[in-house]
Design a protein around this ligand. Structure first.
Ligand SMILES: [Zn+2]
Ligand SMILES: [Zn+2]
Length: 402
């Protein structure tokens, strides 16, 4: 019996966004969910499904390594339907691979989140939206003085009894812990055994603590300038002489990467430009750090679990806690790409690389994802000239527009 095969897919008549250059009037040919050829004047195979990019851009799908929710749901809701709601929402904004991100919460809540993501990944098909390639274990190991908008009750120091269960299989691919916490080093070593991207976030650590963390495997810092140590915050912790902290460490060490929330609300244009110039395209990722309020009307929402997460407000542009400060973003990666393009000197291939190939490299999945290259998964976006997502293809399957 002949096996049912999907016809080849040809996306043509667009400017290809490659990691290092643009190719005008290009096309991408996909077969069996993978990219077969990329370039100009590709032959149209018989029975191919042809997609016309209408003179827009043909971009690799975006990869988000720090994202909490969207479309009304938070991964910490801990159910498969909630996870699927977030995946569907972010695919509309161009995210084809996603790393669901935990926040502070009870051990059982984090376990429920991991179980829901594992099950959603096991039963996943492209029509569901963004593909889960692993979880970002982000909370609960934050420093008490840098918890930010996350629930303070759910914060604690790392304990092996707890995280050993979370590291049981290979679901966790990115692991965050504040470097100054007791037990941080053992946590980093456990994450290193699992070959995670190891990161320090929500931390008030000084240079010496960062050096020890680096030795234990830390190579990344979450959302640059947000909930991280600075010369002045370290002065409050240690007095004088003033000390260097995470900012100086990341800027001084070529091996260290970081990420920016480029929603235009968290960081002014000059900080986005500064981060790009200092770290370069291979060490800076665009992330959303998006919460459940994306694509939802302005109002009051819970950060983290629907049951007991702390409240924040969304005005449709950003999340915030009145009188306290920002509470992460409410927009997708497409918005971050547009803001970065508009606000910095980075070229379009550079900007898109920071939202695709660079995060893929940092997490160790670049062999299969992150750029328009032969043999990689056919995760492809058709964007118009304003960089708005018109079509999302995941493994060569078009995700239905909502
Ligand atoms: Zn954070
Ligand atoms: Zn976050």
């Amino acid at each position: 019996m002949k096996k049912k095969t999907t016809p080849p897919l040809l996306i043509q008549n667009g400017s290809l966004i490659l990691p290092d250059r643009m190719v005008e009037g290009g096309a991408v040919l996909c077969e069996r969910g993978r990219i077969k050829a990329v370039g100009k004047d590709l032959p149209v195979p018989e029975n191919a499904t042809v997609v016309d990019a209408k003179g827009g851009y043909i971009s690799p799908g975006f990869i988000d390594i720090h994202v909490h929710g969207g479309g009304g749901a938070d991964f910490m809701d801990g159910t498969v339907p909630a996870v699927r709601t977030v995946l569907a929402a972010h695919a509309q904004h161009g995210t084809t691979t996603i790393f669901p991100t935990t926040t502070t919460g009870a051990s059982v809540q984090i376990m429920a989140m991991l179980n829901a993501c594992r099950e959603a990944a096991r039963t996943w098909e492209p029509a569901h939206g963004s593909r889960i390639e692993g979880v970002h274990l982000y909370g609960p190991y934050f420093a008490a003085d840098k918890v930010g908008c996350h629930s303070r009750r759910g914060r604690r120091d790392p304990s092996p009894d707890e995280y050993t269960r979370w590291f049981r299989d290979d679901l966790v691919r990115i692991a965050t812990c504040a470097a100054e916490l007791p037990g941080a080093e053992a946590f980093y070593q456990a994450a290193r055994k699992k070959r995670c991207l190891i990161t320090c976030g929500h931390s008030n650590s000084n240079w010496a603590e960062m050096q020890a963390a680096f030795k234990a495997g830390v190579r990344h810092v979450d959302h640059f300038w947000c909930a991280m140590s600075s010369v002045s915050s370290l002065r409050s912790r240690f007095g004088t002489p003033m000390q260097a902290g995470m900012e100086q460490f990341v800027l001084a060490m070529p091996e260290m990467s970081t990420e920016v929330i480029a929603d235009g609300m968290h960081l002014a244009p000059e900080l986005l430009e500064f981060a790009f110039r200092m770290k370069g395209v291979g060490r800076l990722c665009l992330v959303t750090d998006c919460n459940r309020a994306m694509d939802m009307p302005p109002g009051r929402y819970r950060f983290g679990s629907e049951d007991d997460g702390d409240f924040f407000e969304s005005d449709g542009k950003v999340g915030f806690v009145p009188g306290q400060g920002l509470a992460s973003s409410v927009v997708g990666l497409d918005h971050m790409v547009r803001t970065m393009k508009k606000s910095t000197s980075a070229s379009l291939p550079d900007v898109v690389r920071m939202a695709s190939l660079t995060p893929a490299e940092r997490v160790g999945i670049a062999k299969n994802y992150g750029s328009l290259e032969d043999g990689k998964q056919a995760d492809i976006l058709v964007l118009n000239r304003r960089l708005e997502v018109k079509q999302t293809f995941i493994s060569g399957v078009e995700v239905p527009r909502e």
